[in-house]
Design a binder for this molecule. Structure first.
Ligand SMILES: [Zn+2]
Length: 292
């Protein structure tokens, strides 16, 4: 009996789910967004596998520059937590019941309302709320700022609502760089030659952005602002200037490394761009998935 109870608890922890908001994502293609989420899950799982294997060796200086001391362990641990935090697709978000306790993926600001408390120079911030989750949220905005500003690709917020999605990933709508204007996935192109591709351009792929947003869904303190009070940062040059503690809490560092590793036939150097391809007899394995 004891054994079966333990098995039940174990299983329950893994019956997790993500839903997609068909109402708001329908115009953008629910199926292609789902493919992007699935690739993001693959990116995370491949990165974990590749870091554990570390053969051929991943550039240790780059790891340190992006995630600080202990980077390898941080990356393995956080990537390993992704499948349980996001779960499996269970269809449309219906807003009722307890069938979708992890993550809701929504598109655009259709359900966001703003409380404009601030006047310019007033330290009291504006607030934003997703009308579907009255108990949220603890994030505040500067005066006049929207969730999806001109340069915001996507955003993740906690709902503070039991038995409902714990986090909402909002894919921003609008012209580039917003997530809904991005390529959905790398797909079979991962096998291409990626030499010269800047790490700072990975947000041109929605799946890479989703790995960033997944980090905010782990409940591991990967938040914005960072522990020092600095805002999270996205480009490699800025990431390199963070303290080790801030690097460990900076979501983009994880998605940068995981995405580069996913382009698996290509090396990752310290230059800020993908390097040359591995030689055939030194190429990394294909990992735990079936890949094209
Ligand atoms: Zn972020």
């Amino acid at each position: 009996m004891l054994l079966s109870c333990l098995v039940m608890v174990f299983l329950c922890q893994y019956v997790l789910a993500y839903t997609i908001d068909h109402l708001h994502c329908g115009p953008h293609g629910v199926n292609t967004i789902r493919e992007s989420v699935e690739e993001a899950l693959n990116i995370a799982q491949y990165a974990e596998w590749r870091m554990i294997r570390n053969d051929p060796r991943v550039n240790a200086n780059l790891l340190q520059q992006v995630l600080g001391t202990g980077a390898k362990d941080h990356l393995i641990r956080r990537m390993g937590q992704v499948p349980a935090a996001i779960g499996q697709y269970t269809g449309d978000f219906r807003g009722t019941g307890a069938n979708d306790p992890t993550v809701l993926i929504t598109c655009g600001e259709g359900d966001i309302v703003y409380t404009r408390n601030a006047v310019p120079g007033d330290p009291q911030p504006d607030n934003a709320r997703d009308t579907r989750f009255p108990n949220m949220w603890d994030a505040a905005l500067r005066a006049g700022e929207n969730v999806c500003g001109a340069t915001v690709v996507a955003s993740t917020y906690p709902t503070n609502t039991p038995l409902k999605p714990q986090f909402v990933i909002l894919l921003c709508d609008g012209p580039p760089p917003h997530a809904l204007s991005a390529n959905r996935k790398f797909g079979a192109n991962i096998n291409n030659r990626w030499m010269g591709q800047q790490y700072d351009t990975f947000s041109n792929w929605m799946s890479s952005t989703l790995v960033h947003e997944f980090m905010h869904c782990l409940g591991q303190g990967i938040d914005n602002p960072l522990p020092s009070g600095r805002m999270e940062t996205y480009d490699l040059a800025s990431i390199k200037t963070l303290s080790d503690q801030d690097k460990e809490a900076n979501a983009q560092g994880y998605s940068l490394l995981a995405t580069g590793l996913y382009l698996r036939k290509n090396t990752m150097g310290e230059s800020g761009a993908m390097g040359r391809r591995f030689s055939t007899n030194n190429a990394p394995g294909t990992g735990p998935h079936m890949y094209p």
